[in-house]
Unconditional design. Sequence first.
Length: 74
Amino acid sequence: MAQPYYEVASAPCPLQRNELYMHLYLRQTGTGPDRTQDEILNPKVEPSGFGLTHAIDWPIAVGPEPGAKIVARA
């Protein structure tokens, strides 16, 4: 049997397991001047609405209050 071209080495330090619990809040606003989604294509196919397309830019914040820091966008 041929020898493998790689070698398995032990880790120089023991691995540690850490858990992190995060609570993030997504804000979805469909109307008004600060809306976070907008209809960009509506082919008017009734009744299914097939092809209806929205652009979405939802902010993800660290808290539920309006002034909370935004940390990402979805």
